[in-house]
Design a protein around this ligand. Structure first.
Ligand code: ADP
Ligand code: MG
Length: 682
């Protein structure tokens, strides 16, 4: 058996269990050793029977003083009872459906048990405590017990046993991938020590050290991977842009750009003049004016005789962009076109021809633009709007459309700066941290069910004034387990019972694309008064006439997501409002929601979200198309993440690193990490 043998080489793992384990993505001994516990149960505390408590499990050593007796109550239910005692007290133990307990627990013998009391003062007892002999090292008691995420057919005990076997046989083969001097500098234990202690921690200190090492390792790999991608990119040569004058562009705008917009445009212009492909993220809150920054970039491309494409995640957004940009570009004699799934065939053909001949310098569209049979003479600049829909993988795929085109991705999901540096390690970042002047503040209220009638009246008032309303629900369909609002049911009941005289529409992700477009179109043409929707409206939808947003079960959403949703209103001249419904009583949850009522600043809200919920949420949501982190989810310590990143950069900066004995292992792991995300990385 070696570390890459299939798990069937372990005792007790046949084909059936191997299949079940595959659901946990465990196929080899290595996979098993790299399967980290979800959490731990501290079974290290030994107490006297007298000091046992209800609901707080602990270990105690006791002798069986009344032999087990099993009663078969009915088919499928047996109860085994016995009494144990130590120097301080006696205790009745009860086992349900565990007749083998009666065979194993012998009268007059002592065992170590682990369990919590149940019952009351009148008659304490303990149900189903685990037990083992006291003269051997504990496997189920007197230890920190790892608890694994399970799947059908696989018990925690089975995993504990198999992993013990695997560690016994193969731990010595676990490769070290952190260079010696890095381990010394950051006080990190060896890979072997870490893998042994993450599963079978000697004590809390050993567990902490194992965790620290594994989190560090994971981020080290991640940062190194991003860094390698970046260095590969900067080796590519491009022809620098020569004409960087933007005065005519600025003069044509009906407003003055904000300082942040100008700064970002300058950063982009510098990238374009550099001679290596740009790879830049433009982050800016909803309404901060990202489109104009993108327009400036496209303008420069056209002025330099290059082709540019602006890609939006939905047809609605693509149309919006086209509407605002084509008129502007016409003034400079720059032709542009819109290409989506709905473009009539004849027009589509013309646009495609013009793109492949190079006659058309600028095109706006959905990502069909880049996957269909569209060819460019030379695509030199790709701009992707609402970046969080595209992962690291898609970013790479995009660049393959041209010959290493410049890439600008735009995101309205503010990520705290500290995290962004890590998450977007392969991108340069520009931030629009300033809104155009005169932006209105959206008044936000947190309310409970008692306010329902008043909010309904408020909805009616907005509709009567000729404005429109969004109602957002966390779920699409009714679920029997949850009391959360479903968009389908809620839309129906609003239409039938509450607002029979108003026009209510329904929009959610399970609708066909054409139906979505139809509903959205109807709402933007004001053929609907109320749009009941799920978070599908989160991204970029722009209906300036909408002035009220009501969010049901607001506690179900992340703060940044709520902020994003709220950005759908306040886009026109009329005063706008956001109402958050929540019947949640949890103090911390309410604090979170109140933070949203207090500020309209997306970055502040993201920082707050980070402080309240921890970075796990940012990584967990998979919104960023990042690899899934395994160890890092256990606990996240910003300082440690930063150290790992610095270390990775230091190590890679040294050209002799390829000679380090840890190099091959690192390379293999990085490849695995990024390829899981659909990336090719070699
Ligand atoms: P987002 O960053 O959310 O994509 P947009 O680019 O859609 O924001 O801009 C929102 C609105 O603000 C648009 O109507 C745009 O024309 C306008 N706008 C952009 N920049 C400025 C500015 N500097 N001053 C005034 N209005 C601006
Ligand atoms: Mg936008």
């Amino acid at each position: 058996m070696n570390i890459f043998s299939p798990i069937t080489t372990l005792q007790g793992i046949g084909p059936t269990r191997a299949k079940q384990l595959e659901k946990l993505e465990i196929r080899t001994i290595y996979d098993l050793i790299a399967y980290f516990p979800r959490t731990y149960e501290d079974r290290t505390k030994m107490v006297d029977i007298r000091d046992l408590e209800t609901d707080t499990p602990a270990c105690f050593e006791a002798m069986v003083v009344r032999a087990p007796h099993t009663a078969h109550i009915r088919k499928g239910l047996s109860i085994t009872k016995l009494t144990v005692a130590d120097m301080t007290a006696k205790l009745d133990l009860v086992y349900f459906n565990q007749p083998y307990a009666a065979d194993q627990l012998r009268y007059g013998e002592s065992y170590v048990f682990y369990g919590a009391l149940s019952g009351d003062y009148a008659r304490f007892q303990m149900q189903n405590p685990v037990f083992e002999l006291p003269d051997r090292p504990g496997t189920r008691t007197r230890r920190i017990m790892p608890i694994y995420a399970l799947t059908a057919g696989i018990t925690n005990a089975l995993l504990v046993k198999c992993i013990h076997q695997a560690l016994d046989a193969c731990l010595g083969e676990m490769p070290e991938l952190l260079p010696e001097r890095i381990r010394q500098k950051y006080d990190l234990c060896s890979a072997r020590e870490a893998y042994a202690n993450i599963h079978e921690p000697k004590d809390h200190e050993a567990l902490d050290r194992a965790r620290k090492r594994l989190i560090f390792e994971e981020f080290f790999l991640f940062a190194a991977g991003l860094r390698l991608m970046r260095s590969r990119r900067t080796q590519v040569q491009t022809v620098p842009y020569r004409d960087l004058s933007l005065q005519a562009f600025y003069d044509a705008l009906p407003f003055t750009l904000t300082g942040a917009q100008q700064r970002s445009i300058c950063q982009i212009a510098e990238d374009l003049a550099k001679g290596t492909p740009m790879n830049r993220l433009l982050q800016g809150d909803v309404g901060s004016g990202k489109t104009m920054v993108a327009a400036a970039a496209a303008y420069l491309a056209a002025k330099n005789g290059r082709q540019a494409a602006l890609m939006a995640p939905t047809e609605i957004l693509a149309e919006q962009h086209h509407r605002s940009l084509s008129a502007l570009f016409e003034r400079f004699g720059i032709r542009s076109a819109l290409l989506t799934g709905s473009t009539p065939a004849a027009e589509k053909r013309q646009i495609k021809e013009a793109l492949s001949s190079g006659a058309l310098p600028f095109v706006v569209g959905t990502h069909a633009l880049l996957t269909e049979d569209v060819t460019f003479r030379e695509l030199d600049l790709v701009i992707a709007d609402e970046q969080h829909r595209f992962g690291v993988a898609q970013r790479a795929a995009l660049s393959e459309k041209g010959r290493s085109p410049h890439l600008l991705v735009m995101s309205a999901t503010p990520i705290p700066r500290t995290l962004a540096l890590m998450v977007y390690g392969d991108l340069d970042i520009s931030i629009l941290d300033e809104l155009p002047p005169g932006r209105q503040v959206i008044d936000t209220f947190l309310v409970g069910e008692s306010m329902r009638a008043r909010i309904n009246a408020f909805i009616r008032k907005h509709a009567a004034a000729g404005n429109q309303i969004y109602v957002v629900c966390p779920a699409v369909e009714e679920s029997e387990f949850d009391s959360i609002r479903s968009a389908e049911v809620w839309a129906q009941s609003l239409q039938q019972a509450v607002f029979p005289d108003l026009r209510v529409g329904l929009l959610h992700g399970k609708l066909k694309a054409a139906e979505k477009e139809r509903v959205m179109g109807a709402f933007s043409r004001h053929e609907l008064d109320i749009l009941v929707a799920t978070t599908v409206i989160e991204v970029g939808v722009d209906v300036p006439n909408a002035t009220l947003m009501v969010i049901e079960n607001a506690d179900r959403f992340g703060l940044s997501q709520l902020h994003q949703l709220r950005g759908r209103v306040g886009r026109g001249k009329d005063k706008s409002y956001c109402v958050l419904f929540s019947s949640n009583k949890n103090q911390q949850t309410l604090e979170r929601l109140k933070a949203l009522c207090k500020t309209n600043d997306g970055f502040k809200i993201a920082e707050e979200d980070l402080a309240l919920r921890g970075p796990g949420d940012f990584f967990g949501s998979r919104q960023h198309g990042l690899p899934q982190f395994k160890a890092a989810d256990l606990s996240l310590d910003m300082a440690l993440l930063n150290e790992a990143k610095t270390a990775a950069e230091q190590v890679l900066a040294d050209p002799n690193y390829v000679l380090d004995p840890t190099f091959p292992a690192m390379q293999t792991r990085i490849a695995a990490m990024f390829s899981k995300d659909g990336n090719t990385f070699n």
